[in-house]
Design a protein around this ligand. Structure first.
Ligand code: 1GP
Length: 250
């Protein structure tokens, strides 16, 4: 079983080094935009490309993964909204179980249906406890998942969910306010979860500025994911990456 990316995430966590992933939604990225993002991402030494979306209607996912692999050495990690978004061309797969919800399909059902394909893909599998936190308004992920998000003021629910996920064997915890969330996850909630778990913590959803990314890192996030804001202004890659790298030394 491959575990290179996981080892990298754990080492970074142990060294208190913060990481940055740029999320690419194949429905929202054309060739020109992708080119720009690749050039900026390489220059800014982005740690990971995340590729996926809660709902993808186009057919470009594989093409985008191939392009990213051909033009950069940055690992490509799939962040799939459904098993149809799994391609062996990537490096790793966030094997997400929606532990904040009570929709059995997203806890285990889809995994059973796609288990053999996923195993054969040869991808590095990253078992991830995925938690959706209320970001102030319904997002695609909260609608599509058909599961209630964790209220943003209920730190204890987030804490207990993350702890349960880790004790069930999840190797990563991903707290997500959803793509384009009105409000990112409250810092106190990130802090509460981060101090309880011993696996790397991914945080995303509604992070739009370098300052917000840094606050999240200080609160205990190990890996910051930004999608929407970069779609609107790819130049943010440079600023956010620099801010995250600087925050590692604080
Ligand atoms: C969404 O965490 C990601 O699943 C990123 O969110 O697009 O709001 O940056 P944004």
């Amino acid at each position: 079983m491959k575990n290179q990316i996981y080892q990298q995430l754990c080492t970074a966590r142990n060294q208190q080094k913060k990481s940055f992933a740029v999320l690419i939604d194949p429905d929202k990225t054309d060739n020109q935009q992708l080119e720009k993002i690749i050039v900026l991402g390489k220059k800014a030494q982005v740690d990971y490309w995340f590729v996926g979306g809660s709902l993808i209607v186009s057919n470009y996912l594989e093409q985008i993964v191939l392009e990213l692999k051909a033009k950069s050495n940055i690992p490509v990690v799939l962040f799939p909204g459904s098993p149809s978004q799994v391609t062996p061309r990537a490096d790793a797969l966030l094997y997400l179980s929606l532990i904040s919800g009570r929709n059995p399909e997203l806890l285990i059902g889809q995994h059973v249906l796609s288990a053999q394909t996923v195993k054969k893909s040869g991808l590095e599998i990253l078992p991830t406890g995925y938690m959706i936190i209320d970001g102030g308004a319904p997002t695609t992920v909260s609608y599509i998942s058909n599961a209630a998000p964790i209220p943003s003021n209920k730190n204890e629910i987030a804490r207990c969910t993350a702890l349960a996920g880790e004790m069930l064997g999840m190797k990563l915890i991903y707290m997500d306010a959803g793509s384009g969330a009105q409000n990112p996850i409250p810092l106190e909630m990130i802090q509460d979860v981060a101090t309880q778990i011993t696996v790397p913590l991914i945080v995303g959803g509604g992070i739009t500025t370098p300052a917000k990314a840094v606050e999240n890192c200080k609160a205990g996030a190990n890996l910051i994911v930004v999608g929407n804001a970069i779609e609107k202004d790819p130049g943010l890659i440079t600023e956010i990456s620099a801010a995250i790298k600087d925050s590692s030394s604080l």
